[in-house]
Design a protein around this ligand. Structure first.
Ligand code: SIN
Length: 539
């Protein structure tokens, strides 16, 4: 196998908002190599519709943003991390505006929307419902002008390089040539996003297969809070379409949920009705679907009017129209879909993982800001704030640590085992997505989780991957991430935030304020996962 050896000061794996913000900072300190599977737009950030929450409006302040974030996260978030998010957020947004980001305005002033669980109008948007793509555009334009930045698109992160207990690079697959590259680096930043694709229904793009999270696990990093997967209440439900996201902002602007008997039902579940936190709205929809024996409920925005909808939600309006739904005239069939991972690679306040030299930010990381349930529109802000924080810490780390002792090429391990065919890999991947959806989804039970875990363990044993094949590597990552979510969900014997156990439906129970941790002993022997419970700590 051809194997090129490269070296760089900083290796960034992933290219969403967190990665781009980090790259802009790191280019001031050395040479940066940024690798990402697919093209520059194949990331979750690019598809984010609703917006970016930031305490910048006249009626708002950072303390209120802090309180709403902690409350939505059911007090399980880290207070120092949340403080950093809300306090540094305004500067990151001003900076982005200086770099050319165009957020929507009304009468020349920034326009703020209210979304679920926000006590104030605080969500900025761009292009109506295309906030993520505008932020990625502005950051990419800024990054393109930096001479220290080397971009390697269509490169898939396969394995992290660990030497003397520290992370010093990665092996990446050139997807087009089918060859590997060994990239040595003083510090590595994982910004690979989440793993929504492990679920049969997800708002995430096909790329969201948890590659960074699984790679970090295999290298010995600690994953935290993996049981907390956020299900977005409203994605388009049509048998023939993928579950396209219908932004929370639709409800923020007055959208109403109705069950299949045409009844508005949210009042029975929360006084904030459609603007209750996401975990509550998603479970309410699920309950209504069970009650009325339907596969979906409806989102009614017809009263908002055609011209408003076309201008405020151009992407949503035109996408629904493509599926023959005129949202100004018809109710939209919707149901929940997997949307966001609150858990991920455990990091400190500066994006550092437990492995020296390995940093993480954005959805791949568990910085602690989201607790058990993310407040709507906090993730793009987290990408900006913690992308920069991780970059600053990585540059300090590289100055104070010595370079890797050897820089040899990675030698592919030959296996005599028979590889699974591509079709079998595809089949397993689909079965995995169905299993996670039915047994480790919005509503879980001890029994469903145990069954899922048993199946996942069997798959882990039988997975004989074709070497250097992206689908195979992704599937391996999906099985590993699925297993961590399932183990963590089984470990948490209470219901809190996005994690709901029907067999333990009482709200929190005793000793709920703890965090699951998942770590794999990094030996080349069969994987062993362990869950360590932190002492109950104040968060
Ligand atoms: C949405 O627009 O509802 C998604 C944005 C987010 O998840 O914060």
């Amino acid at each position: 196998m051809n194997n090129q050896v490269l070296s760089t000061d900083f290796l960034i794996i992933g290219a969403g908002v967190a990665g781009l913000r980090a790259a802009i900072e790191l280019c001031r300190h050395g040479e940066v190599t940024m690798v990402a599977k697919g093209g520059p737009q194949d990331n979750n950030s690019f598809y984010a519709q609703g917006g970016v929450a930031v305490a910048l409006s006249e009626e708002d302040d950072v303390d209120l943003h802090f309180t709403d974030t902690v409350k939505a996260g059911h007090q399980l978030g880290s207070r120092p991390a949340t403080k950093a998010l809300v306090e540094e957020g305004p500067s990151r947004i001003h900076e982005l505006i200086e770099w050319g980001a165009k957020f929507d305005t009304v009468d020349g002033q920034l326009a703020f929307t209210k979304e679920g669980a926000h006590s104030r109008h605080r969500v900025l948007r761009a292009g109506g419902d295309a906030t993520g793509s505008e932020m990625v555009r502005a950051l990419s334009t800024k990054a393109q002008g930096l001479k220290n930045l080397k971009w390697l698109g269509n490169h898939f992160g396969v394995e992290l390089l660990i030497q003397d207990g520290r992370c010093c690079g990665a092996i990446v697959l050139d997807e087009q040539k089918g060859t590997c590259k060994t990239i040595w680096a003083s510090a590595v930043l994982l910004v690979t996003g989440g793993a929504g694709q492990i679920y049969a229904r997800t708002t995430n793009p096909p790329n969201a297969t948890g590659d960074g999270i699984a790679m970090a696990l295999r290298a010995g990093a600690i994953l935290e809070d993996m049981e907390f997967v956020q299900f977005h209440p409203t994605s388009l439900y049509l048998p023939s379409s993928p579950p396209f996201l219908l932004s929370e902002a639709l409800r923020g602007e007055g959208g109403i949920l109705r069950n299949n008997r045409c009844e508005r039902f949210m009042k029975q579940y929360d006084q904030n009705q459609e603007l209750a936190p996401r975990d509550i709205v998603s479970r309410a929809i699920w309950a209504e679907m069970q009650k009325t024996k339907a596969r979906h409920v409806y989102l009614d925005v017809t009263h908002l009017g055609e011209s408003f909808l076309k201008e405020r939600f151009p992407t949503i309006y035109s996408t629904c129209l493509r599926y023959d739904i005129d949202i100004s005239e018809e109710w939209i069939p919707v149901s929940p879909s997997a949307h966001y991972f609150m858990g991920g690679v455990k990091t400190d306040l500066h994006g550092a993982s437990n492995l020296p030299g390995l940093f993480a930010a954005g959805e791949a990381a568990c910085s602690g800001v989201h607790g058990a349930n993310r407040l709507a529109s906090n993730s793009l802000l987290e990408g900006l704030v913690f992308g920069l924080r991780a970059a600053e810490a990585a540059s300090i780390f590289s100055k104070t640590s010595s370079p890797p002792s050897t820089m040899t090429p990675f030698i592919a391990r030959q296996s005599s085992a028979q590889h699974m065919s591509e079709q079998d890999v595809e089949k397993l991947r689909n079965s995995l997505r169905r299993l996670m959806w039915t047994k480790v989804g919005l509503i879980r039970t001890g029994e469903s989780l145990r069954k899922a875990l048993d199946q996942l363990q069997q798959w882990s044993r039988k997975l004989q991957l074709p070497p250097f094949n992206r689908t195979g590597l992704e599937t391996q990552n999906m099985v590993q991430v699925g297993r961590c979510v399932t183990e963590a969900a089984l470990w948490r014997t209470n219901s809190v935030g996005a994690h709901y156990r029907e067999d333990i439906p009482f709200f929190k129970g005793l000793k709920w304020k703890v965090h699951s941790q998942c770590q794999q002993i990094p030996v080349r022997a069969p994987a062993s996962h362990s869950h360590k419970t932190n002492k109950p700590r104040r968060t």
